[in-house]
Design a protein around this ligand. Structure first.
Ligand code: CU
Length: 172
């Protein structure tokens, strides 16, 4: 019984992993685009992925487009020496030749803005177009995943996201 339970769990886990998708665009490998579920009242959500440049030419992620989302920015989260968290809008996210850039909570991220009333729900896929300076455009799907209790970065992001975009959340 124990073995059966473990096998079932392993199957479940591998099925979950299999949903995560990787994409290739020229010399770029885009791994596991994902976003956290958002509260109903949230107007912003973060998007994450890893981008590896296997080529010899530097590239830059310039923009992310989603048909239903009016405004999407590229942000860098940081915490200063006083513990104050800030987010800075980036004109692009450099992906140097031979390097991997990881977008993650508390660091670089895609900021989906103006969600108003249409939260991200677990299991949902957000179809998006990534625009790179050199490699061009690729369609990807961000998998919406549950926030885990121990996920500090995500919570921090949510907090300062609300602060930073207070103008966007006043309608709550
Ligand atoms: Cu942000």
């Amino acid at each position: 019984m124990n073995i059966f339970t473990k096998t079932a769990l392993a199957l479940l886990l591998s099925a979950g992993t299999a949903q995560a998708q990787d994409y290739t665009l020229g010399d770029l490998e885009i791994s596991h685009p994902s976003a956290f579920e958002t509260a109903k009242s949230a107007n912003v959500g973060g998007g994450y992925m890893a981008i590896t440049n296997t080529g010899s030419v530097d590239d830059t992620l310039l923009a992310v487009h989603v048909a239903e989302i009016p405004r999407i920015e590229l942000h860098l989260s940081a915490t200063d020496k006083n513990g104050v968290a800030t987010m800075t809008k980036q004109d692009g996210i450099p992906v140097p030749a031979g390097e991997t850039v990881t977008l993650m909570p508390g660091g670089l991220h895609v900021m989906f803005m103006g969600l108003g009333g249409d939260p991200f729900e677990v299991g949902e896929k957000i179809n998006a177009t990534l625009v790179f300076a050199n490699a061009g455009e690729i369609e990807v799907a961000f998998d919406v995943e549950a926030r885990t209790a121990g996920d500090h970065g995500g919570m921090k992001h949510g907090d300062h996201g609300t602060m930073d975009h207070s103008d966007e959340t006043k309608s709550d």
